[in-house]
Design a binder for this molecule. Structure first.
Ligand code: GLN
Length: 495
């Protein structure tokens, strides 16, 4: 029999329902895989006791029949989600020792369905980054390596621990969050599937806030079907989040027919960017052909404000972050600096924040505070908000012209080496988000699907962007692409 931790969520669900496996056995297989994968640094807080208790409860529920799809399925949870009584640090020293008194709505939804928590997953500090290198725990490592080369590679960021854990079969699926690409980019770097749903689909309550108008939670999984199953369980209307929308949650898995005949797929000409490797362009062309062969109509479209997306994002996201992170003052959560005689409250704030926040987080707080300051608010923040409205309008017009989904590359490169960007200008790292941030600015759903490998054998992803609230239709197009691409490679085990 295949090792249980290598199953997909759908396979495990079906085997659990038939009584062929138990959640306890599945959970033990994952806990064993996690123990053997310290080199990946994906799990930063392990919760084996909670996992085994939840697994036993799930087995009892499964015996009684009528268990939800995720009942008994072992998952990893990004450290950004507050989990009751379990360390939730957003990979930051400033939240050292913080154990929330409450459960995030998304994890609460998963556990109510019987999902099992294996532990908390590594990420960039406060979800700021594209390589997992800003984490206070040290970076997670990509289980993939270039052929014949042992250079350790980034699993991407910010949800790098989630991507590494799913790709290495340490868990069956994981939660991620995506503010500018943090689900889709790590999935593209690790050969996994991830969807950022429409803004408002998942409650943000109990998820440590980065940029509240952009943040969304979503699943990171081995297949499109698994993303559909997991997303369904994560979504809900939540009165505790005023931006959570009171729409019924459709059956996303039922939408996966694989039939995309008659659908119109838009190819935005502005995403042909200078300096993008030929391999990425070729993959994109192959993606177009695959969707056309499946019966879709492929048309060229224009999203003229694309070039302003990164600058607008890197004004809006830091502005919101600087406001959200003001709450870490050494009084209410986690870390407080040791004070010298005579220090007052101002020194306490200053020392605590200087010690607790890493350099990327400090950079964002400074940029954000600057763009929100009285003299510069209109010049930067308000201008970025106007640009954001124009970016959204570009998408609205494309969808109004009959486009059902938009196909783009997910990332401008395959996974890069850890440390490679250390001496680079921070803007170099920000360029990683060039294909993903537009989707957050416009509040749309976007999914990354593994579609091929580069000449060094590393996975590459394509992104599909959908109409708001139509995740089911979007996942169905992703499913058709997944079937056509037939990506089945797995990283060779070295850890
Ligand atoms: N890489 C982007 C950033 O650093 C996106 C992060 C995210 O989506 N959380 O802001």
């Amino acid at each position: 029999m295949t090792e249980l931790n290598t199953l997909t969520i759908a396979e495990a669900r079906d085997a659990l329902k038939k009584g062929e496996v138990t959640s306890a056995a599945l959970t033990e297989a994952c806990l064993g895989a996690i123990e053997g994968a310290g080199a990946l640094n994906a799990f930063v807080h392990k919760t084996p006791e909670i996992a085994m208790q939840q697994a036993e409860a799930a087995d009892a529920r499964l015996k009684g029949g009528e268990a939800p799809a995720l009942c008994g399925i072992p998952l990893g949870i990004k450290d950004l989600f507050c989990t009751k009584g379990v360390a939730s640090q957003a990979a930051s020293n400033i939240l050292g020792g913080f154990k929330p008194e409450y459960e995030s709505t998304v994890t609460g939804n998963l556990f109510a369905d019987g999902a099992v928590m294996l532990g908390k997953l590594n990420m960039d500090e406060f979800a700021m980054g594209s390589s997992n290198e800003t984490s206070a725990y040290g970076n997670a490592v990509n289980p993939w390596r270039r052929e014949g080369d042992e250079t350790p590679l980034t699993p991407g960021g910010s949800s790098g621990g989630s991507a590494s854990a799913v790709a290495a079969d340490l868990c069956l699926g994981a939660t991620g969050t995506d503010t500018g690409g943090s689900i889709r980019q790590p999935c593209a770097f690790t050969g996994t599937v991830g969807i950022k749903p429409t803004y408002g689909r998942c409650s943000r309550w109990g998820i440590v806030a980065f940029a509240s108008s952009l943040d969304q939670a979503g699943p990171m999984t081995k297949t499109v079907r698994d993303s559909a199953i997991m997303l369904q369980a994560m979504c809900s209307h939540d009165p505790k989040d005023s931006t959570s929308v009171d729409f019924p949650v459709p059956d996303f898995e039922a939408a996966l027919t694989g039939d995309i005949r008659g659908k119109t797929i838009g190819i935005p000409k502005e995403y042909h960017m200078e300096g993008i490797p030929a391999e990425i362009e070729q993959l994109w062309t192959r993606g177009k052909e695959m969707l056309a062969d499946a019966g879709a109509k492929v048309v060229d479209i224009s999203l003229p404000h694309t070039k302003y997306a990164l600058p607008a994002y890197y004004v809006i996201a830091p502005a919101e972050a600087s406001s959200n992170l003001a709450r870490y003052d050494g009084v209410r959560y986690g870390h407080r600096a040791t004070l010298a005689a005579g220090d007052g409250i101002t020194e306490m704030y200053e020392k605590t924040r200087a010690e607790g926040f890493g350099s990327e987080v400090q950079r964002r707080i400074m940029v954000g505070t600057y763009v929100l300051s009285a003299g510069f608010y209109d010049a930067y923040y308000n201008r970025a908000r106007k640009v954001r409205a124009l970016i959204k309008r570009d998408f609205d017009e494309a969808f109004a012209s009959g486009v059902d989904a938009i196909l783009t590359p997910a990332t401008p490169s395959a996974a890069f080496g850890l440390g490679e960007m250390k001496s680079a200008d921070p803007v170099q790292m920000y360029l990683n988000d060039v294909f993903t941030v537009t989707v957050n600015l416009a509040g749309l759903p976007g999914v990354s699907v593994p579609a091929g490998v580069d000449k060094q054998g590393l996975p590459l992803g394509l992104q599909l962007i959908g109409r708001p609230w139509e995740e089911g239709d979007l996942l169905n197009t992703a499913y058709a692409l997944e079937q056509a691409a037939g990506f089945v490679s797995k990283p060779a085990k070295w850890w």
